[in-house]
Write a protein that binds this ligand. Structure first.
Ligand code: BG6
Length: 484
């Protein structure tokens, strides 16, 4: 199946200002995402991309940094080499020092003659959150915090609730909430959005989606890579702040939220907020942290930063009372896979029990939502083995692989999110109250995490042993081993 970008999805000419433009995020994610959207004609050549850099760099140097991350797009079609050169023409490099403010007038001179048009000015702060306040001051000083301006910032916002409030106050000095786009790139992933389609564009699952029918929910976001050159950032944050506070809590919200009346930014975010506010304070016994064995060696010092966390999340509301949500994430695990596994309750009575030969296991129905890689959905069922040998059973599955169903590539999360910013659609961005409610849940977990050192685990495993699930009569369903 081919998906075409509908006419309405094309952007009006916009200016993307990337502060921290030669950094890792910009080079690996933001600019390549803009290039893919340019190739699909969603961004036309009347738009501008202003790459603000602290250390001088010329366009050739920037291009060679970008090439490895844009290679796939450049090679996608023979004509893309020409499109690449046209795309490079949209880029303007500005030398900007956010701390001293040097270079800010050059930035404003590029934008000044566009003030008074309806062009969105999109300021993407791809810099450390400690510089957010300075960047906002600078935008204000140059008179660029206009009604058409939007601010894009990455998670995690702060390292606890009070620092998140401080940072948000810095934004609020110059920007209204409707101008602030807090990115959690998991919300831009196709399968994550498909979760909303699955639940709310169909009746089939929603009728089952509660504690009468669901036994437990498991969410695994496993990474096989370590922290590599981000180690100094990571050591300050750890898995709880880097992944749980945002990506995993957002996944929980999308699985657990009530249907909003309409798919509109505030309605969706109101429902997610209700989930966050229903999370029960975590019990000490319901969490386990871990650190991969070579972490301290890589860091070059002793550290109690967790590279793994697993926990049981309870949602105190009518729909989910009694249904544990088991959640885990970690670095240097045996595989890279993100999955949501919904295990349904066992049948109330087995009419086949008397005729079953041997000890066929009674596997419950499971819905597996594969977020990445090999995005798709699987529904695990029990079927009759064909043939005249009586009623024998085998586990079977309905399998929807997005990769096979849609011939087009699945766009990267940043492509969708950047286009939403330009169109002014905040549905997939975190509102301030959501961020603060997430910290309300996380702050006590961070405190608990300081009580014990994380348990060491061997790289290439699924993290340290925990008995969080076994005490509840459950066990982890590892990605690719769902048949257990
Ligand atoms: C980022 C985290 O937000 O998400 C990283 O800071 C993590 O530590 C990454 O590796 C995972 O994203 P993805 O899209 O590769 O699953």
């Amino acid at each position: 199946m081919k998906t075409n970008i509908p006419e309405t999805a094309q952007l009006i000419p916009s200016d993307f200002v990337i502060i921290g433009g030669s950094g890792d995020l910009s080079v690996r994610k933001i600019i390549p995402a803009l290039f893919w959207r340019f190739l699909d004609n969603q961004i036309n050549n009347k738009s501008g991309i202003i790459v603000c850099v602290r250390s001088k760099i010329n366009i050739d140097e920037l291009e060679s940094k970008l090439i490895p991350h844009c290679q796939e797009a450049i090679e996608d079609k023979p004509e893309n080499k020409i499109h690449w050169n046209n795309f490079l023409n949209l880029l303007t490099i500005v030398n900007l020092d956010v701390v001293s403010g040097q270079g800010s007038s050059e930035l404003s001179s590029i934008l000044t003659n566009k003030i008074g048009t309806s062009r969105p000015f999109i300021f993407y702060l791809a810099i450390s959150s400690s510089l957010f306040g300075k960047a906002c001051n600078l935008i204000n000083k140059e008179g660029l915090n206009l009604p058409q301006s939007r601010l894009v910032v990455e998670k995690p916002i702060g390292h606890n609730k009070s620092s998140a409030i401080e940072i948000n106050n810095q934004f609020a000095q110059y920007f209204e909430e409707h101008q602030i786009y807090r990115i959690d790139h998991y919300l831009g992933k196709e399968t994550v959005q498909n979760l909303m389609a699955l639940r709310f564009a169909n009746t089939f699952f929603e009728n089952q989606w509660n504690n009468k029918n669901i036994d437990n929910v498991q969410i695994t976001v496993a990474e096989s890579i370590g922290v590599a050159d981000r180690i100094s950032y990571y050591n300050e944050y750890g898995a709880i702040r880097d992944m749980l506070q945002n990506h995993l809590l957002q996944l929980i919200c999308l699985v657990a939220m009530e249907p909003p009346s309409y798919f509109e930014a505030d309605q969706v975010r109101d429902e997610k907020l209700r989930v966050l506010k229903s999370l029960r304070v975590l019990d000490n016994k319901d969490m386990q942290t871990g650190q991969y064995q070579s972490y301290e060696n890589e860091l070059g010092k002793v550290s109690s930063t967790e590279t793994f966390i697993s926990l049981k999340v309870d949602i105190d509301n009518w729909r989910w009372a009694g249904v544990p949500f088991y959640v885990r994430t970690g670095k240097k695990l045996s595989t890279r896979a993100s999955e949501i596994v919904i295990t349904f309750k066992k049948k109330p009575h087995d009419i086949f029990s008397k005729i079953k030969e041997g000890k066929e296991e009674d596997t419950p129905n499971r819905l597996i939502i594969r977020v990445q890689p090999q995005e798709g959905l699987k529904l695990k069922l029990t079927s009759k083995a064909p043939g005249p040998g009586g009623m024998r059973f085998f586990p079977s599955e309905l399998n929807l692989s997005f990769g096979e169903t849609f011939s087009d590539r699945l766009p990267d999360a940043y492509e969708r999110l950047l286009m939403d910013v330009a169109r002014g659609n905040q549905t997939l961005f975190m509102r301030l109250d959501e961020v603060l409610a997430a910290w309300d849940y996380i702050d006590p977990i961070l405190e608990k995490a300081t009580l014990d050192r994380p348990q060491l685990y061997i790289e290439g495993t699924m993290g340290p042993e925990d008995n969080i699930l076994s005490t509840n009569g459950h066990q982890w369903i590892d990605p690719q081993e769902e048949d257990k």
